[in-house]
Write a protein that binds this ligand. Sequence first.
Ligand code: AMP
Length: 440
Amino acid sequence: MSFCALGLCDELVKAVSEQGYTEPSPIQVEAIPAVLKKRDVMAVAQTGTGKTAGFSLPMVQLLSAGISATPNSVRALVITPTRELAAQVAKSIENYSRHMNLTSTAVFGGVRIEPQIAQLQNGIDVLVATPGRLVDLYNQNAINFEKLEILVLDEADRMLDLGFIDDIRHIKSLLPTERQTLMFSATFTNEIKSLASGMLNSPLLIEVTAANSTVDKIKQKIYSVEKSRKSELLIHLIKKNEWQQVLVFSRTKQGADNLVSELEATGITAASIHANRTQHARTHALEGFKNEDITVLVATDIASRGIDVNQLPYVVNFDLPYVPEDYVHRIGRTGRAGTLGLAVSLFSADESKQLQAIERLIERKFELETVSGFKPNKKEIAKAISKAAAKDKNAKSKVMSNAKSGGKSKRNKADDDEYGNFEADPLPRGKSKGRKKSKR
Ligand code: AMP
């Protein structure tokens, strides 16, 4: 199958061949003709499947046939959960539409709003935005949606995880009802189904991999190790196997920074990317990682969204995530678009619950392996298990008392560390009431 056979115009066929794509990926084969026919699409697809091109290519082709944007208007809106993903998607759209006469940009929080307001003055064909900043720009009359033709919700499941549902509903209420809507999500939960049914009109459902399954091309290994020796094991694996471009996931921001210091102390170049770092520092770290100036990028789950490095070879789960879907997202960073990848998880005995939840989600039982010299000591395992049980009991009683006091507590303290200060987008002024501030 060729891109041309999918109905794409010469300018786009040229652009994709310049990107080095020789044939469309499965999601592109299904999505491109449907979008060109102006159908709504609900696609269950992970990052790495080529979903961005799947919606961007037909979207820009449809736009190129219409009338250019008028002042302050937007013709196609792509909403993403994080800044990194917004920047990444905007870059892809710019690449794909390079032989066309279309304008596109990304807007997100954490940077000054004034240049974005100026950029929107003449209108824009494609705007890629994170939800909070988009609402802020709308409230400041920098943008209107009267001429909106296409809406894309990218990584919709992530948007819900991050508490953006109110923003999404609000944005939906501002848009023309007659529009084409495309929704992408790595997982297909009941929440996503209900969001889709409220936003899409008789959509074509595309599932490129079974829902909630991990990408087949990724080799997954779980190494059992004592918690206190995880850094040591990671350093050993990187040095012994001469790994380059290793993306390491840490559950907490503090943990990410500590790990960077430990790696650097042994001569491994590393940087962290998490919500407490400035946008500039995050971009700088990501660039260094992409250029292979640094060997290891340590990321928290939220900050990692949108990290797109071609053929990323290694992903390491330093901690197992509390939310099992995060495991799917994390390892989806490797084995991208048909390349082989290795995902290694460092498992300590206190993480049994997380491991079981992951196994249930992806319907696979892992075999625990050990690395010579790092086999966990039985006493330490027993200690870790009883500590985890005590922590669990404590967490449960906290949830109970929270429930009694009417509060909601989905994540525990360690997660709060990551989610607590997340500033994906500053809250629009006067809009803070009722929002899930703890997940921003
Ligand atoms: P995505 O799933 O959109 O994040 O894309 C993952 C990666 O696959 C990106 O680096 C794309 O540049 C790349 N990609 C997208 N489509 C193709 C294709 N048809 N052939 C090869 N690489 C592709």
